[in-house]
Each structure stands twice: as structure tokens, then as C-alpha cells.
Write a protein that binds this ligand. Sequence first.
Ligand SMILES: C[S@@+](CC[C@H](N)C(=O)[O-])C[C@H]1O[C@@H](n2cnc3c(N)ncnc32)[C@H](O)[C@@H]1O
Length: 240
Amino acid sequence: MHTVDDVLALLDQLFEERADRWSDRGGTDFWDAFYTDRGRGVPFFRDAPDESLVAWHADGRLPLGPGTRVLELGCGPGRNAVWLAQQGCAVDALDLSATALAWGRERADAAGVAVRFVRADVLGWRGEAPYDVVVDSGCFHHLPPHRRVSYRWLLERVLRPGGHLALTCFTTGHAGDGGTEADDLDLYRTGSLGGGLAYGPDDLRRAFDWLTEVELRPMRRVRDATTYGEDLLQVALLRR
Ligand SMILES: C[S@@+](CC[C@H](N)C(=O)[O-])C[C@H]1O[C@@H](n2cnc3c(N)ncnc32)[C@H](O)[C@@H]1O
């Protein structure tokens, strides 16, 4: 090992391939299979944006509109990307899964908006930065602990000063339902990521202590057709 990248790549190998939901090693096959059956009632398969994005836009804390460049990390079938494009934003939306992206393109066509969907590992993304807004709904919590370092490098590269990160991830307190609450060392000892990591509010503050908190709160559980919200998640709006 000679570089930090070598160290990170070695740490990747400490997780079983079937635990990998964050890279081309195991994650791409996992997510392609996950999105193949659209009718199995997965809550976030619903074509509705995160309630938090809609709320922050409505109260003016997340400016969106023509001229706003947005990068979505782990966009899945594009429910947020399409809504962001409907607000007039220029949206680049990345995901490991070609199956998810094909679904996203169908949704964008049906909505009559343009979204640039790209099959990519976000951690290796070398697109045209900077962006005004980075959106991540459910991608960050699939990264193993050491990849928070890569994620920070990514944000430092793509998010302009003054720009916003809008994040949605598993929260603690929903054991068995949301993500695992095992501590970092135990994750490496077991070689499992338990389907995603649950973050407490202070864990998130620590992970993003170089950004300014605008709001960090539990996601609101909503059951209407126009927005998506589950209480096993939390949301954060952070400004660079
Ligand atoms: C829980 S799903 C959420 C999908 C979408 N954001 C939504 O909320 O509907 C997580 C998504 O992150 C994607 N993902 C995970 N790691 C990734 C990576 N390193 N690069 C690109 N996409 C990734 C997966 O393919 C999957 O579609």
C-alpha cells in the first residue's frame, strides 16, 4: 500500500461482497435486481419527492429554479431528480443501477422534463463541477465508514461555496426497521453493513462538521400522494 486510495480500497475488501451496496463490486448487481420488480410496494418506489426538499424550497431555504445546477447522488428511479427538473433546475442524476436509471428516464419523459441520468459510482464521478445543490436521499447511509472520507472529497469537489447539501438517511432509534446501529469497529469485525447505517443527529453533525447546519430533523411521515416521508429517516440541509 502506497496511497490513501490503496488503504481505502483495502478496507473495502473487509466487507463481504454481498454486503456491498455502494460500489460496482457487489452493489450494482444488488440494485439492478432490487429495481427489477417495480410492483413490490417499496415505499420509495412511489413517484414523489422527499417532503424535506419540497418544504425547504417552499420556505425559501433551498433556492431552486432555472439556472440552479443540481447533482443527485444515488438517484434510483429519479423521483427527486424529476421533481427538481420540474422546478426548472438543470439536474445531473447518478446511480450504480442501469435498471433504476431506465425507470428514471421513463418518469422524466412522462413528466416532460429533461434530466441527465448517468450510470456512475458517485465516488469516482468526475463531472462538470461545481453544483449549487447536491441531493442525496439514501445513498450516503450505504457507504462503509471509511468511505465517508471519499464522500467528503466528493463534496469538496462538486459543491460550490454557498451551495447546499440536502441529505436523507437512516436515523437511530428504529432498530430492525431502519439501518444498523452497530458501531464502526463492529461493522468491520462482522464484515456486514446490515442494509445501511443509522446515524444519530450528532453522528451526522460530526460527519459534516465542515458544513453549516441549516436544519437537521426527523423526516416527517407523510401519506399523501405528492410527497414522500418516512420516520425511520432523518433529513439535513447543510450549507457550504
Ligand atoms: C435506498 S436507494 C435510494 C434511491 C433514490 N435516491 C430514492 O430515494 O428513491 C439507494 C441508491 O443509491 C445508489 N447507490 C449506492 N451507492 C452508490 C454509488 N457509490 N454510486 C452511485 N449510486 C449509488 C443505489 O444504486 C440505489 O439506487
